[in-house]
Write a protein that binds this ligand. Structure first.
Ligand SMILES: [Zn+2]
Length: 438
């Protein structure tokens, strides 16, 4: 007997050999997908639980490839500001006041928000990550965690740096824990926050332990211009590349100011770029040329970035915007069609996390990370094409079921592994006074 069968579903598999199955059935057993069939009832299988999807859309769980999840405690704290004032006058001082319980309250709140809006896996760069890892394991979500090195002063000591010691802590028993749900990533915060020798050290760690390296890349014009003068006319991509950083897998956030040459280099190195359209618009960083990146062969995925520059973790917003911005900025309505945008949030995100053989598609043998969208709502009907509906009509709030590794973590407004009221209360009682400096 299987664990779960979902029947009567409009299934978006993201498997190019049959991307859409109308009125199909999915069998789940031992955390994995046992079968995806075209019939509305499972042929010979029985299950401990049968879920009648009643025409709802089932698709792979969305993958948020760039987040600073704990920053949701700063949701709405600093809006409509210039990047430098925003960062140096509001965000950095508030972050310096945050204690471990305040950060972990943010992690819980952020995970609740992600699960309720259809995200089943996220890549995160922040601090207190070994403690955040415990919450990831406990709540059942999937995550790649890192703490990006910042080496701004002369006396910087790599081995004593908190981001490095947190990486060692993650590698000591947490990396690949939870049946592989949790992974540690190496991380360089950005080109402008550390010197090349630090990048080489971090790259050596990535190489030694077989890790992905997360970093911020070419987010703003200022950053890119300053890199050109600091590194003898070399772009951030070229500067990192010359130090070997791209010789192991890299997941780079933003890529707003990449040149064609940068894109070809990233493609050649097999790097991924996490496109963060809402954050880039809110901080007026610009619009990433995703269509061109895809044409160059770059693995483009999607991220929300931190909640202080978004202010949500709803990947359905990023999904729609990714498709719309590509069209509006290129004056080409055929740029980044719905299926391509959805690939960014699923298949490409899985590849960026080093999980391309685990998740991102609904097919036999893959781990059962999936979500269900309620189609019984006015804005979801009529239902001509479930892929179009998922990208252009759906919102995070339409998610009625979220499953990771075959385990239901959220269903019809209820969380099975976390107390959402406590998460909200903790964020407001533990973190808000610190953010406000009171
Ligand atoms: Zn970021």
């Amino acid at each position: 007997m299987l664990d779960i069968i979902i029947k009567n579903a409009n299934i978006i598999t993201m498997d190019d050999s049959r991307p859409l199955i109308r009125g199909g059935c999915i069998g789940i057993d031992g955390g994995r997908i046992a079968f995806v069939s075209a019939g509305s009832e499972a042929p010979d299988a029985t299950a401990a639980r049968v879920i009648d999807a009643d025409g709802n859309i089932v698709l792979p769980g969305l993958i948020n490839a760039h987040a600073h999840i704990a920053m949701c405690v700063m949701r709405g704290y600093a809006d409509d500001m210039r990047l430098n004032e925003w960062l140096f006058e509001r965000i950095f001082p508030a972050e310096a006041r945050l204690t471990e319980p305040a950060v972990l309250a943010g992690v819980r709140l952020g995970i609740a928000e992600m699960l309720a809006s259809g995200t089943t896996s996220f890549s995160d760069m922040y601090f207190f990550e070994p403690k955040a890892a415990q919450i990831v394991l406990e709540t059942g979500i999937r995550a790649n965690l890192c703490n990006g090195v910042l080496a701004l002063d002369e006396s910087y000591d790599f081995e004593r740096d908190r981001s490095v010691t947190e990486l060692y802590e993650l590698l000591d028993g947490l990396h690949n824990a939870g049946n592989g749900r949790l992974k540690a990533d190496a991380a360089i915060h950005a080109e402008y926050t550390s010197p090349p020798w630090v990048w080489r050290r971090m790259h050596a760690l990535a190489e030694k332990h077989g890790l992905i390296t997360q970093l911020h890349l070419s987010e703003t014009k200022k950053e890119t211009d300053e890199c050109l003068s600091r590194h003898g006319g070399r772009s951030p991509v070229r500067a990192f590349c010359d130090e070997g950083v791209f010789d192991t897998p890299v997941l780079a956030a933003h890529g707003v100011w990449l040149t064609d040459e940068d894109m070809l280099l990233l493609a050649e190195k097999g790097a991924s770029v996490a496109h963060c359209p809402v954050s880039n618009l809110k901080l007026a960083s610009g619009i990433a040329r995703t269509q061109r990146m895809l044409e160059c062969g770059v693995n483009v995925c999607l991220g929300t970035d931190g909640c202080a520059s978004n202010n949500s973790h709803d990947l359905f917003e990023e999904l729609k915007l990714a498709a719309l911005l590509a069209k509006g900025s290129s004056l080409d309505p055929t740029a980044v069609p719905a299926y391509r945008a959805l690939r960014m949030a699923t298949v490409n995100g899985a590849r960026a996390q080093g999980r391309e053989n685990e998740v991102g598609m609904l097919k036999a043998g893959f781990e059962a990370d999936l979500i269900m969208l309620d189609t019984h709502r006015p804005h979801m009907r009529p239902l001509y094409d479930p892929i179009s509906t998922a990208v252009y009509s759906a919102r995070g709030g339409d998610v009625v079921l979220t499953m990771v590794q075959g385990r239901v973590l959220y269903e019809n407004g209820e969380f099975t592994t976390l107390d959402v009221d406590k998460a909200i209360r903790d964020a407001e009682e533990l973190a808000m006074p610190l953010v406000l400096g009171k």
